[in-house]
Design a protein. Sequence first.
Length: 70
Amino acid sequence: MPNGYKNPTEYGMAYENVTLTTKDKVKLHAWFIKVNSNNVRGYRTVIFFHGNAGNIGARLPNIHLLVTRL
């Protein structure tokens, strides 16, 4: 992936790499991105499935909007 689409740190977002295992033992790679707790009243979790095509990195602009505006 080109610069700006590699990982959330390129958008100033801290994250953890996580692996989710489905009931049928399929492993899914995911990013767990936390917002700055100083700017948030209460906590919510959004699970963003980017779909079958492409790479999660291509969705970083969308994820950044969700993190900064919700």
